[in-house]
Design a protein. Structure first.
Length: 132
């Protein structure tokens, strides 16, 4: 009886606290390793079928109207450069397919801004580690 009371009063709460701590550690690790990529359409026309690929993932943005931007979150599976693909209406069926200088890694997240400029030129800016 005495051992049962000790287990109920001390051991169970200790294990509950340890489990909660471990869960928070895992969630925090996932939060830090997320990568946010914002794509802005800096042209005067709609960009169609916008997507990025790299780091073992492919993320779709769909269509982005002139002057608008869309944001997506990804968790890279491995290290690599992101490649942006899109179609500008003025370019017909010609697809923009450009390697960017945005490097993603599965061990560290960040926030990256990409802008599609006229003639399909892509500019990038990285803000480093994301701690929100």
């Amino acid at each position: 009886c005495m051992i049962k009371r000790v287990l109920e009063k001390i051991i169970v709460p200790v294990f509950a606290i340890l489990f909660l701590g471990a869960a928070l550690f895992v969630i925090g690790g996932l939060w830090i390793t997320r990568t946010v990529v914002v794509i802005k359409n800096g042209t005067e026309e709609r960009c169609r079928n916008v997507s990025i690929e790299g780091g073992g993932v492919k993320v779709y943005y769909g269509d982005i109207d002139a002057g608008d931007e869309k944001q997506r979150t990804l968790w890279a599976r491995h290290d690599g450069l992101l490649r942006l693909e899109a179609v500008l209406e003025s370019m017909g069926s010609h697809k923009i397919s450009e390697n960017t200088f945005v490097y993603v890694t599965s061990g560290l997240g960040g926030i990256h801004n990409m802008q599609i400029n006229p003639q399909g030129v892509v500019s990038t800016k990285s803000s480093g580690i994301l701690f929100e």
